[in-house]
Write a protein that binds this ligand. Structure first.
Ligand code: ZN
Length: 150
């Protein structure tokens, strides 16, 4: 889109702010960015089905539609369903924040996604009932146990 600006030496403006690498496009930010992929791996427990899906797909909508099912009930199940939306939402909002100078790290991003999900769980009464059995710190610390018990 900014090819005229690039010709004038504005190339930097098109770099992805999360990985400081490739040229930024929405496809890169959501599906190709190594930082987004590292965050997704952190919060999805590096599940084989998820990694496979990400390798095969270049389209975030398809990933949302084909997001694998997880054999877990209650809070873990609600979180798992919302998880890919939280990652994409957070990648987009952090990209905007970095542009406005607030910084970025994979660790901070992982924590933010957990906090985003915590907030989203308050939107449905059924989810909120499960959420009220815990507090945020305990969820963030016991992430693996909630999503992959046993
Ligand atoms: Zn990137």
């Amino acid at each position: 889109m900014d090819y005229r600006l690039k010709g004038m030496g504005w190339h930097m403006a098109n770099k992805c702010v999360l990985c400081n690498g490739e040229e930024e496009t929405v496809v890169h930010l959501f599906m190709g960015c190594p930082s987004t992929l590292a965050i997704l791996k952190n919060v999805s427990g590096e599940r084989d089905e998820v990694i496979q899906l990400l390798q095969d797909q270049q389209d975030a909508m398809v990933v949302l539609k084909q997001w694998p099912k997880l054999q877990v009930s209650g809070l873990g199940s609600y979180i798992w369903t919302l998880l890919p939306y939280a990652v994409l939402w957070s990648a987009w909002s952090m990209r905007n924040e970095v542009i406005f100078q607030e910084g970025f790290s994979v660790e901070a991003a992982t924590m933010r996604i957990k906090a985003t999900l915590w907030a989203w769980l308050a939107m449905l009464p059924e989810n909120l009932k499960e959420r009220s059995k815990r507090n945020f710190i305990s969820l963030a610390r016991n992430w693996q146990a909630v999503l992959w018990p046993g």
